[in-house]
Design a protein around this ligand. Structure first.
Ligand SMILES: Cc1cc2nc3c(=O)[nH]c(=O)nc-3n(C[C@H](O)[C@H](O)[C@H](O)COP(=O)(O)OP(=O)(O)OC[C@H]3O[C@@H](n4cnc5c(N)ncnc54)[C@H](O)[C@@H]3O)c2cc1C
Length: 405
C-alpha cells in the first residue's frame, strides 16, 4: 500500500469524494487519498437524505448555496446521464395553504428567478390539483427542474472514477482517522490500523467536522450538532395520493424545508423529515444516546443559546417524533385526505448543522484554513445536489491556498 500522498482528504461522503475527483482532474500529477472510517463510502448524510436534486430556488441570491446549487445541479444531471445513474427530473410543487405564507412564497420565487433557476411558474389552486390531485393549496410554485436520485450511487461513482485515475490516487474505507502528527512540512495521518504521510490535509467529515478540524490543530469556534429527520413511508393505500414531490412553503426562521412528500428513485414515496436535536450524532434510532456527543453539545455555549431561542420549535419537533398522529397532522396540511393507515414509520437521517457561539445556525457552506490544512466545517443541504460545484470550489481554494501546481 502507498503511504505518501500530496493531499489526504478525511471523510468519504459526497463532498469529500467530489473534492477528490475535482482535484484529480485539476492536478493529474498529484496523488490524492480519501480516508473513510466506515466500511463503505457515503455511509452517513450522503445515504440518509431525501434524494432530491434541488433546483436552487430557496437560497439567498449571491450565497455559496445559491451559486453552487444551480451550477452543481446542472453538472450533476449531466454526470448522471453520462454515467447512466438512475435519476428523474420530475419537477416539484411548493404549496401555500394559508394567506400568511404568500409573502414568503413570493420571496422564494423571486430568489429562484434571481438565482437563474429555470422552469419556474407561479400556479393557482386549480393547477396544483392538476399536478397533484390530492393536494390542497391556495397558490404554489411549479419547479420543473427539480429531480430525484440516489446520492449513494453518485458518491460510489465518484469513488470509482478517483480509483480509475491510475496515478496512485485512492479511496480507502475502514480507516478512521484518530490523530495527526506534524513531521516538518508534512503531516502524518494516523488511522486505527495505518499511518499515511501527506503534504496537505483536507477534511470533509460531516457530523464529525468540528472534531476532525480541532484534532488536526486548526481552530474553529463553530460546533456541530445533529438534527435527526424521521421519515414515514406511504403505504400501498397512501401511494396513490402523491405523484412526485410536494413541499410546503418553508418557515423562514429555520434552515429546514418542512416535512414534504418525496417519490424515491428506487421506489416508494417518503414523507418527512422533521428536525429533532439528537444526543448521538450517528445514532439512527429515536432513543440513541452518546455521552460524548451529549457532553460536547451541552458544554458549548452556542447550544444553550440556540435552545433558549428555539425551545418552542424544539418541543414541537419532539412531539412530531414520538406521535404519529401529530406527524400526520403536519402532513395533512398539504394532503388533508391523508389517513393514519396511509403512512408507516420508516428510516431516519441525521443532518450536521454547524452552530456559532451566538447560538445561530450557520446557514451557508463554511471552510477554515490553517497551516497546511483546509477544513469544511459546514456543508448543509443542498451539498449533495451541489457536490460537483462545491467540490470544484474546494479544489480551487485548495489549489490557491496550498499553491498546488
Ligand atoms: C435527512 C436529510 C435530508 C437531506 N436531503 C437532501 C436532499 O434532498 N438533497 C440534497 O442536496 N441534500 C440533502 N441533504 C444534505 C446532504 O445529504 C448533505 O449536505 C451531504 O450529504 C453532506 O455530505 P458530506 O460529505 O459533507 O457529509 P457525509 O455524507 O456525512 O460524509 C462525511 C463522512 O466523513 C466520515 N468521517 C467522519 N469522521 C471521520 C474520521 N475521523 N475518519 C474518517 N472518516 C470520517 C463519515 O463516516 C462520513 O462518511 C439532506 C441531509 C439529511 C441528513
Amino acid at each position: 500500500m502507498n503511504t505518501e500522498y500530496d493531499v489526504i482528504i478525511v471523510g468519504g461522503g459526497i463532498v469529500g469524494l467530489a473534492t477528490a475527483l475535482k482535484l484529480t482532474r485539476m492536478h493529474p500529477n498529484k496523488k490524492i487519498l480519501v480516508l473513510e472510517k466506515e466500511k463503505e463510502v457515503a455511509a452517513h448524510q450522503t445515504s440518509h437524505n431525501s434524494g432530491v436534486i434541488h433546483s436552487g430556488i430557496y437560497y439567498k441570491p449571491g450565497s455559496y448555496k445559491a451559486k453552487n446549487c444551480v451550477a452543481g445541479r446542472r453538472e450533476l444531471v449531466q454526470f448522471a446521464k453520462d454515467h447512466k445513474i438512475q435519476h428523474d427530473i420530475c419537477g416539484k410543487i411548493i404549496v401555500a395553504t394559508h394567506e400568511s405564507e404568500l409573502a414568503h412564497m413570493n420571496k422564494v420565487y423571486n430568489n429562484g428567478v434571481a438565482n437563474g433557476v429555470e422552469d419556474l411558474e407561479i400556479i393557482d389552486a386549480k393547477r396544483i390539483k392538476e399536478i397533484e390531485p390530492y393536494c390542497e393549496g391556495i397558490s404554489g410554485i411549479w419547479v420543473g427542474c427539480t429531480g430525484i436520485i440516489d446520492y449513494g450511487d453518485v458518491a460510489r461513482k465518484y469513488a470509482e472514477l478517483i480509483k480509475a485515475c491510475n496515478n496512485g490516487s485512492d479511496v480507502l474505507t475502514s480507516q478512521k482517522v484518530i490523530g495527526f502528527e506534524k513531521e516538518g512540512e508534512k503531516t502524518k495521518v494516523i488511522t486505527e490500523s495505518n499511518q499515511f504521510i501527506s503534504k496537505y490535509i483536507i477534511s470533509t467529515a460531516g457530523l464529525q467536522a468540528d472534531r476532525v478540524t480541532k484534532k488536526e490543530g486548526t481552530k474553529t469556534d463553530a460546533a456541530i450538532v445533529g438534527f435527526r429527520g424521521d421519515y414515514y413511508d406511504l403505504t400501498e393505500k397512501g401511494l396513490k395520493k402523491v405523484k412526485n414531490l410536494i413541499y410546503p412553503v418553508p418557515n423562514p426562521k429555520f434552515p429546514f424545508l418542512g416535512v414534504h412528500y418525496t417519490r424515491m428513485i428506487k421506489g416508494g414515496t417518503e414523507c418527512g423529515p422533521n428536525a429533532v436535536f439528537v444526543f448521538d450524532r450517528e445514532g439512527y434510532s429515536k432513543t440513541a444516546f452518546s455521552l460524548k456527543d451529549t457532553a460536547d453539545a451541552f458544554g458549548y455555549t452556542g447550544t444553550w443559546k440556540f435552545f433558549s431561542k428555539h425551545w418552542k420549535f424544539g418541543l414541537d419537533e419532539y412531539r412530531g417524533a414520538f406521535s404519529k398522529a401529530y406527524f400526520l397532522k403536519r402532513l395533512q396540511k398539504l394532503i388533508p385526505s391523508l389517513e393514519k393507515d396511509d403512512i408507516i414509520p420508516a428510516r431516519c437521517g441525521i443532518r450536521a448543522m454547524a452552530l456559532g457561539p451566538d447560538g445561530e445556525m450557520l446557514d451557508d457552506f463554511k471552510i477554515e484554513k490553517q497551516g497546511n490544512a483546509l477544513h469544511v466545517i459546514n456543508s448543509p443541504s443542498p451539498a449533495a445536489t451541489a457536490s460537483l460545484a462545491y467540490g470544484n470550489e474546494i479544489a480551487l481554494q485548495a489549489t490557491e491556498y496550498f499553491k498546488l501546481k
